[in-house]
Design a protein around this ligand. Structure first.
Ligand SMILES: Nc1ncnc2c1ncn2[C@@H]1O[C@H](COP(=O)(O)OP(=O)(O)O)[C@@H](O)[C@H]1O
Ligand SMILES: [Mg+2]
Length: 275
């Protein structure tokens, strides 16, 4: 499959602060790639490097086969970060019109995107009258207005209530369905687990693991089951002989549950190891 982003040994410092240290990863076309890490881990810095907003100190970056500073890249990528920059007094439509003009897009494109994000009915409303979810969808509409092939979403669901966050996730799913590649940063492990094809776990500028959520959970799983029997509830490791011994001692087995590790546990395990 086509490679959309490729980095090798990417590093960035701000004076004494090491924001990123030798990060390497590859993202394929159509993937939702989760970039996970606590505050200060280096997520936003990575997006700025990948989108040509910042120069790296070291390392290589290829975005859509080019340097992020290539003039043709800007029209192929969309960036959504926390500084909304919406004009509160202007209408939904006029907010987008401004960007349509910058990108020299036909006016019909605005209506099309408004339909896509479910804001068409709101097009004449001023932004200050919109709900938080609608505003977030408008920011999303602006991000995808020019039809980017690659999206950088910097914590798009941070500080949102659960239903607004779900609205944003629906839009991301929609983008994935039409083949857009998504670079998604989040510190919400459950969200990453649900949304992402692959994730990189970032801590203090280092990528400490990379893989599909399933692979990572399997790799760091405690591999336990919980058995409820006439003898009560017991957590057992999946060692065959111990498990058989225990089951033979029970008169009645009521339930057996596998204990699924969460990505959060994986992350805590890895960071506690002090890597
Ligand atoms: N412009 C800057 N000047 C100085 N330090 C910065 C700057 N931008 C980021 N940093 C530092 O780099 C580190 C990574 O920051 P950032 O990429 O914003 O993390 P995240 O987005 O994961 O919260 C932090 O220690 C942060 O304080
Ligand atoms: Mg950030």
């Amino acid at each position: 499959m086509e490679t959309v982003i490729k980095t090798r040994n990417l590093s960035k410092r701000f004076n004494e602060t090491v924001a990123l240290d030798s990060c390497s990863f590859t993202i394929k076309k159509g993937e939702v790639f989760g970039y996970l890490g606590p505050s200060g881990a280096g997520k936003t810095t990575t997006i700025k490097l990948l989108s040509g907003q910042l120069h790296s100190d070291q390392g290589e970056i290829e975005v859509l086969g080019k340097s992020p500073f290539d003039e043709t890249i800007k029209e192929k990528i969309g960036i959504m970060s926390d500084n909304s920059g919406l004009y509160e007094k202007a209408t939904v439509y006029d907010n987008l019109k401004l960007f349509a003009e910058i990108y020299r897009l036909p006016a019909e494109r605005i209506d099309q995107v408004l339909h896509d994000v479910g804001l068409y009915e709101e097009k004449k409303k001023s932004v200050e009258k919109l709900s938080k979810g609608m505003k977030q969808r408008l920011i999303f509409a602006r991000t995808i207005l020019h039809g980017p092939k690659l999206l950088f979403l910097d914590e798009p669901t941070a500080n949102l209530d659960p239903s607004t966050a779900e609205e944003v996730r629906d839009l991301i799913r929609q983008m994935k369905e039409n083949g857009t590649t998504v670079f998604l940063t989040t510190h919400n492990m459950e969200e990453a687990d649900e949304m992402c094809d692959r994730i990189a776990l970032l801590n203090k500028g280092h990528i400490i693991e990379c893989g599909s959520p399933y692979e990572l959970k399997l790799k760091y799983a405690k591999k336990q089951v919980q058995v409820t029997s006439n003898m009560g509830k017991e957590s057992l490791t999946l060692a065959k002989s111990a498990l058989i011994d225990y089951l033979q001692k029970c008169e009645e087995i009521i339930m057996i549950h596998s204990i699924e590790p969460s990505l959060k546990e994986v992350f805590l395990t890895l960071t506690e190891e002090g890597r």
